[in-house]
Design a protein around this ligand. Sequence first.
Ligand code: CS2
Length: 464
Amino acid sequence: MPADPIPAGVGIVHLGLGAFFRAHGAVYVARAMESSGGDWGILGVSLQSPTMRDALAPQGFAYHAVEQGPEGETVRRIDVVRQVLVAREDPEAVLAAMADPGVRIVSLTVTEKGYCHNPATGALNPDHPDIAHDMADTLPRSAPGYIVRALERRRAAGLRPFTVLCCDNLPENGRVVRGVVLDLARRLDPALADWIAEEGRFPSTMVDRIVPATKPEDIARLRAQGIEDNLPVMHEPFSQWVVEDDFVDGARPDLGAVGVQLVGDVTPFEHMKLRMLNGTHSSLAYLGYLAGHETISETVADPVFAVFVQHLWREEIIPALAPPPGVDLASYADELLARYRNPAIRHRTWQIAMDGSQKLPQRILGTLAENAAVGRASPGLMLAVAGWMRYVSGTDEKGQPIEVKDPLADDLRARAAEGVEALLALRAVFPEALAAQIAPGVAAAHARLMQLGARRAAEEISGT
Ligand code: CS2
């Protein structure tokens, strides 16, 4: 049965339509169309859950993006999403949309774990159950599976490939997704893999905007102002998108007209952002949670953690970074602290603590490895790793259970019960050489953490 045609004017299929993309990429695309036109409407795909489709369908897929600054809110209506499909319900419709000749870009925010890769190496994990499924079945489950099968259809139909635009917080994210897509394609059809390698484009991007999960009180607050929206998005004023200008046939919205930085090499921007923002976000999330802080703004309102995070930037993270052209890293750190302090943004430490096994390598371990190589001490980042270890044990400092969300949660809890060494032996997270280098420091930090608690252990490192 032929799938329903996609709505007119769709040029982008977005896999993983969550709050982040609706408050970031979709806003840029909407503004680019306002400014310069083009058929860049977005067809959103949820891989698993019907929640987004069910919330947005009754309102014609339009929604409100609420900018929350320290001085108040600005509400903007975004109507660039034209349809939302749920892949689990109708994989055929998703593949048909991705193979539509009008679609020139497939963008993704499927979170770190959605790439089915080994976080420590970036390579496809062929034992991942969804990848094993996708090798045996033409109707996929994984994001890499959808991309490969859709490209297979386009090649068979004599169409050009789409550009794959990764918008997840991974270093060299375009290279990572290209790697997993080519690996999977090669296992299915080497000629297809050659075609993708030759004709496909996978620009890397650095994405940045703090977007906490929408809460019931946000929906109620808008309603009190006369704005009905089943699922608005909340976001901070700041926004940045740095994109490698490498699209199939140059086809893309006029992103440059709306402040997107189009560059030849995103790598220095990605490293800066992943290590300085996400690295400290994760550190504050684990240690702040353990210290009893609910949000990032509460955590940095605690002088101990405000001093600690500045210590991390100044002494441990910035010295290991090459700044992107024209960027002053000390000023970037000051801006980050101001963003974290924004009291209007209620970004829960628990939300950021999620999926740590997938986040630690690019956020913290890269810096630790570089510091170890030159003999620079990293007591604060060691404490952050120890904080993660305590967090994934599933019990907080008051003996209360923690709801740990992580694809490896069961394994992590079992290893945490055995101790630091057992966690450091997890090769999907810690490469062998790094584990050996950081073992003494992490063990010492963990001992201090267990003895003093997160707050005093942080204070001991940076003073107040
Ligand atoms: C956060 C990010 O949840 C997390 O892990 O660190 O979502 C962070 O808010 C964004 O990357 C900011 O651009």
